[in-house]
Write a protein that binds this ligand. Structure first.
Ligand code: ZN
Ligand code: ZN
Length: 409
């Protein structure tokens, strides 16, 4: 058996999206409708009813991992997503290159949206690792002003506040312990020393002298936020004995896939944006399934369009996803493949953010008893045989593939 899970980020919507229809209803989706027609349909609460999911917590829950147990913040997944090695107990932060004055007043949270030279700045920041004998300090620049910081050592805590004040014109006061314990106090002190030291290492860096000459803001400090700790998670391989691959563009999703033990496969033109090449992602997944049992494909674009409150762009993107699903359906062996298609949450146009509304889901394949649903959207899914489910799409999908251990005798 082979299993495929396609998640269209922010797929779900509301009748207020577009002339009384959700974007899924307004879009022309012949392939998704065909998939719905040959499968079992239902409504997915990504975490559970009454919870507004983040993409990260929703994905964990859909993969069958309780986010209330395994999620401490997105830093861990960002770190994995940019290719860093993350060990159990590591404290991970997202960081920004920012611009401060000499008195540490914050002038720009993104250092003028710096695009070039961040690799050289990262190299200068490798010196941070010499600050402590018993704490490793690992920094990696990612895209534009973004980066990831890892603290590795004993007696550290993720229970500290953001050092990033999230607004300009104020002095950076640094991170503070959120609980009254020595580990949190110590970690806050370390982060605050890193901020000071990063300023010392970056302020006269040739990249910044060059930027100043051109009238650009210098990237003269790093501001850590979103402290999170790596908790041990069993991989899908450990849980189900299968080999899985993931095709995703965005760092967060690559990170989540690595956290559950999926091998990352790169697809040409997979950008994590609305201009992504969906068909190429499907091709890479199908190719990967020659050696693997399970393929996870993440498609981001619909969520981005909905955050921009652009219904027409979201509809167009859903139609692009539909083409990708058509390609997938034409190129799998239906005698031995189960496909699940859903979203990680709804992102209604008027709301412009993730809502607690459920999303439609379909699972098709040889072991599925199909229902009467003939279209794929929020309304038709209400009549589906799967009913309402909370997260756990991967265990349900794997159940159809006979990969589950028996519970009891
Ligand atoms: Zn999402
Ligand atoms: Zn979103």
């Amino acid at each position: 058996m082979k299993a495929i899970l396609v998640i269209a980020d922010g797929l779900g919507g509301r009748p207020t999206d577009f002339n009384g229809k959700t974007c899924l209803e307004a879009a022309s989706t012949p392939n998704l409708d065909e998939l719905a027609g040959k499968g079992i349909n239902g409504i997915l609460y990504p975490i559970r009813p009454g919870v507004r999911p983040g993409s990260d917590t929703a994905h964990l829950s859909i993969f069958g991992y309780d986010p209330y147990k395994f999620y401490t913040g997105r830093g861990v997944f960002e770190a994995l997503g940019v290719g860093m090695e993350v060990k159990e107990g590591d404290i991970c932060f997202r960081t920004n290159f920012a611009t401060i004055k000499e008195d540490f007043t914050l002038l720009d949270r993104r250092a003028g949206r710096i695009k070039e030279g961040t690799k050289e700045l990262e190299n200068a920041l490798h010196k941070l690792d010499e600050l402590y004998k018993d704490v490793r300090i690992i920094f990696k620049a990612s895209v534009e002003h973004r980066g990831v910081l890892i603290l590795r050592g004993r007696n550290l805590s993720h229970q500290i506040s953001d050092a990033d004040p999230h607004k300009t014109g104020v002095k950076i006061e640094g991170a503070k312990p959120l609980v009254d314990d020595d580990k949190a106090k110590r970690t806050a002190e370390i982060v605050n020393r890193i901020i000071k030291e990063s300023y010392r290492l970056l302020k006269d860096h040739p990249i910044n002298l060059e930027r100043k000459k051109k009238g650009a803001l210098p990237a003269n400090v790093i501001l850590p936020r979103g402290a999170s700790i790596k908790i041990k998670m069993p991989s899908l391989k450990e849980l189900y004995g299968i080999k899985g691959i993931a095709v995703a563009g965005g760092a967060l999703y690559i990170g989540i896939a690595r956290a559950v033990g999926l091998e990352i496969r790169k697809a040409e033109g997979a950008t994590g944006r609305a201009d992504t090449n969906v068909i190429n992602k499907m091709k890479v997944a199908i190719e990967g399934l020659k050696q693997a049992d399970f393929a996870f494909i993440h498609i981001k674009g619909a969520d981005s369009c909905a955050h921009d409150r652009d219904a027409e762009a979201k509809i167009r993107f859903i139609e692009k996803i539909d083409e990708g699903i058509g390609y997938l359906m034409d190129n799998v062996d239906w005698g031995e493949t189960h496909i699940a298609f859903t979203g990680d949450h709804s992102t209604p146009i008027a709301f412009g953010d993730h809502s607690a509304d459920p999303v439609p889901i379909v699972i098709s394949g040889p072991n599925v008893v199909k229902d009467e649903v003939k279209e794929f959207n929020e309304r038709s899914a209400l009549k589906g045989g799967l009913g309402k489910i909370n997260g756990n799409v991967v265990p349900i999908l794997f159940g159809y593939c006979d990969w589950l251990e028996k519970y009891g005798t």
